[in-house]
Each structure stands twice: as structure tokens, then as C-alpha cells.
Design a protein. Structure first.
Lengths: 207, 251
């Protein structure tokens, strides 16, 4: 079973629909204790980083325990940002801290056209520039485009599998051991998105 | 870099797509789900359902259509037409919409934008603005173009953005249905006035109209309805045309 954590940060309908289409057995845990026996954990999230404050000490402890046991974890959008130390969007809300660095707001500065600010939020299809291979991105072509909608972004670090550029470069896919994250919405990214979800489910199956 | 988006608009009444859909291969011409599936295969970037069902059961009918379409595609789905309250928005989002588009209700009650943005995030809130040239400015119209709102499109777009809108869907009433091209000046005026994405609508007739609106018009996305409904042109052909002219598109 895969746990899809609903901590009140946005609608999970499209994520659920995608997972159902991939025949995943998914449930929404009501209590952190329910993470003890899962094969994988997905942390979604749209909206404001402060909503991750709902992932309190008990949830954090259960998620970290799962990571220590080798249970694959997949953060999506705000869920990926939560894997880092935090975000300047909500300075008082700590992230999980599994990845080093702090998320910050996209500036919209375009070095190629400094007179015109790029739009923020970054909305639409943009390409993944692969830095290193990952089981999560197996089967994806270089430069494949996926759907983003966000105003804050995570820094490029050694946990970065693929970056994307919107004036500035930021982390689009991250991986550290069996902790994975994507800044974009795989459930809204057509075939490439389904491939990524399928790859995560495959990792979870081998636990 | 970020691609310009081509967005299909399905005008739906009572669960059927209106405005002359004539894809020959469709078994059920006018079925929103089948049309969405066709667009998905063709490479459309997003789908907007504009529901003009004018019945008391509009909300349920809309939810049924949304679910049917959402089942077919793993693409962003926006829903507009008669979204007047948080309850309307909630029903649409729970049925599968990623974004809701508000027009008349947003102008009448701008605080609704803030409430929706707080609850669902700005990325889920699109403000649709219908406008036509008025002197040196652009007059906003509501109630499907029937009533002048007494506001300027640029000024209202700025306020909508401040109130929480994540995107603006700007329709030129002068150009809508004419196939004479988008209103690039109006689109550029709004696009340069707000930091959020602007979707251009109204007037698409040729592929070069899209080139214009993405360059001179400074649009981030463009809505296409009837240009594709008659199967004269395909999304793939349009994107090839744009790419050949240096416009970044997803292919």
C-alpha cells in the first residue's frame, strides 16, 4: 500500500486519479502511526508553504522513521519543497530537512531580456535538464517538458537529478537515496508525468 | 525555457459541446470527453471547459462534465462559466478541475478571489476578462458581454492580481468570432501590466495570428476554440508552425 498524505494543502483528486490509472493501491492515512507498514509515501501539496506546518512532530517522526527503514518517499510540488530545510515563503515553518538548502521566490529576472520580467508564478510546460540519471526519470528523453505552477523554487544542489530554467535555474527533480521529489505536477504532465509516477510505484514495489 | 501554451476551449451546454464541432472521426460529435481525448492525443497543453448551462441543476451538470473530461486527460483542466461562489468553485475542484475561472462574480465580489486563493492557492484562480476598445483604453464587460462594468481592463487586471488571481484570461470582444486575429495591443497592455500569466482569447483564425499574439501581444498562452473544431487545422500543425518561427512550444 502507498500512503498519500492529505494534510490539507490542496485538492488531491488529480493525484488520486493518476495513481488509480496506474493501478496503485493508495490510501490516505488519518494518523502517522499508519505509515508504519506502508511500501511508499507520497507527500503532495499546492499553495502556500505554511500549510506544511500541519505535518507536525508526529508526522515528521513517522516520515523520518520510514526513510530510515528504506521506505521510498515522493514529494510533489510543495511536498518536494518540504523535503528541504524550509522556504522563505514561510520562514517559521521548518521543512523536513532531508535535503540541504532553502526554497526561495522566483525573481522573474530574465538575463536574456532584462527589460521584461518573466511571469511569476511559473506556469506551464518547461523542460527538464538532466544532471544525473535516476530511477525516477527512467524512460524520459532529455529536454522532456512537464507542467509547472509555482512561485517558489528549490536550489540546485547535489541532490538535484534535473533542473529547469525560468530566468534562473532551480531543482525540478531531486533524489537522495530513496527520497524523491518533483517540483512540477506529474499528474498533469501527460505521459512523462505518468512515467515518473509509474517509476516511483516500481521503486515502492521492490521494498 | 517555458513554452507558450495552446489551450483548447470547450463551450459546453447541458453536457454537450456547442459551437459547431465537426470532427469527422468522432463517434459522438459534441461529446466533451471524446473531444478532450482527441485534443490530448493532438498535443494540446491545457483544456478549459466553459459551461453555459443555464439551469438550476447547473452545478451538478457541470460536475458530471468535469469528471468525464478529467477521466480522459492528465493535463491541467480549468472550468469557467457560472462560477459565482465558493460552493461553485468547490464543486468544480472536487469534480476534478485544477483551476476555476471567474468573470462576472470576480468583479461583483473581488473578495471571493482572495478567499479562493487562500483556500486553493492562486494557481487555481483564473480571472476571465472580456473587454473591447474604448477610446484609449479597454472597457470591461460582464454577463457574457451584455453589461458594461465601467472598469478598464488593465486596471481591473491589476486589481484581480492583487486580490489573488493566478492568471488572467483576456478575451477581446471586438475580435471574438471574427477570425481576424487576436487584439495584440490590448493583450500586450494587460500582459505588461501584471506579473502573472495572461491567456489571450478572441479572433484566432490563422496560425500567424498565434505568432503575433505570442510576440507583439506578449501573451503567455492562447485559447483556441473554433479554429480546431472544424478539423481544418490541428494542434500539431499549429505547434510546428510556431516552432518554425522560433516560438517555444511543447511538442
Amino acid at each position: 500500500m502507498i500512503a498519500l498524505i492529505d494534510y490539507g494543502a490542496g485538492n488531491l483528486a488529480s493525484v488520486r486519479k493518476a495513481l488509480a490509472a496506474l493501478d496503485a493501491e493508495v490510501f490516505t492515512p488519518a494518523d502517522p502511526a499508519e505509515l508504519a507498514s506502508v511500501r511508499g509515501v507520497i507527500v503532495p501539496g499546492v499553495g502556500h508553504f505554511s500549510s506544511t506546518a500541519a505535518l507536525d512532530d508526529r508526522w515528521r517522526a513517522a516520515v523520518l522513521a520510514g526513510i530510515r527503514r528504506g521506505v521510498p518517499l515522493f514529494g510533489v510540488c510543495v511536498g518536494m519543497q518540504w523535503l528541504f530545510e524550509g522556504s522563505t515563503e514561510a520562514p517559521d515553518t521548518p521543512g523536513l530537512g532531508v535535503l540541504a538548502g532553502t526554497c526561495a521566490r522566483l525573481t522573474g529576472h530574465d538575463p536574456a531580456d532584462p527589460a521584461h520580467a518573466l511571469k511569476v508564478p511559473h506556469v506551464g510546460w518547461n523542460s527538464l535538464d538532466f544532471v544525473r540519471p535516476s530511477v525516477l526519470t527512467r524512460g524520459l528523453e532529455p529536454g522532456v517538458q512537464v507542467y509547472f505552477t509555482h512561485s517558489y523554487a528549490a536550489p540546485v544542489t547535489d541532490g538535484t537529478v534535473a533542473s529547469t530554467t525560468h530566468g534562473e535555474r532551480f531543482a525540478a527533480v531531486v533524489e537522495r537515496d530513496r527520497v524523491f521529489g518533483v517540483q512540477f505536477h506529474p499528474e498533469k504532465s501527460s505521459e512523462p508525468g505518468l512515467t515518473i509516477l509509474r517509476n516511483f510505484l516500481e521503486v515502492a514495489r521492490t521494498v | 525555457m517555458l513554452s507558450k501554451r495552446i489551450i483548447a476551449c470547450l463551450d459546453v451546454r447541458d453536457g454537450r459541446v456547442v459551437k459547431g464541432v465537426q470532427f469527422e472521426q468522432l463517434r459522438h460529435a459534441g461529446d466533451p470527453a471524446e473531444l478532450a481525448r482527441r485534443y490530448n492525443v493532438e498535443g494540446i497543453d491545457e483544456v478549459v471547459i466553459l459551461d453555459v448551462t443555464a439551469t438550476l441543476e447547473a452545478r451538478q451538470a457541470r460536475a458530471h462534465t468535469i469528471r468525464a473530461v478529467a477521466r480522459e486527460i492528465f493535463l491541467p483542466l480549468a472550468v469557467g462559466g457560472g462560477i459565482r461562489s465558493e460552493a461553485d468553485a468547490e464543486a468544480a475542484i472536487e469534480a476534478g478541475a485544477d483551476k476555476v475561472s471567474l468573470n462576472t462574480a470576480a468583479l461583483a465580489e473581488p473578495t471571493l478571489l482572495t478567499r479562493l486563493a487562500t483556500r486553493y492557492g492562486s494557481q487555481a484562480v483564473v480571472v476571465a476578462i472580456d473587454a473591447r476598445r474604448e477610446g484609449a483604453g479597454f472597457g470591461v464587460f460582464v454577463r457574457s458581454g451584455r453589461a458594461a462594468a465601467g472598469r478598464d481592463a488593465v486596471e481591473w487586471a491589476r486589481e484581480a492580481c492583487d486580490r489573488g488571481a493566478g492568471e488572467i484570461l483576456l478575451t477581446s470582444m471586438d475580435r471574438d468570432g471574427t477570425r481576424a486575429g487576436f487584439d495584440c495591443e490590448m493583450t500586450a497592455a494587460v500582459s505588461t501590466a501584471v506579473p502573472i500569466p495572461v491567456i489571450a482569447s478572441g479572433g484566432a483564425g490563422t496560425f500567424d495570428h498565434f505568432v503575433d499574439v505570442f510576440t507583439r501581444g506578449r501573451a503567455d498562452a492562447a485559447l483556441a476554440a473554433s479554429i480546431f473544431h472544424y478539423d481544418e487545422h490541428s494542434v500539431a500543425e499549429l505547434k510546428a508552425h510556431l516552432a518554425a518561427r522560433g516560438i517555444p512550444v511543447r511538442r
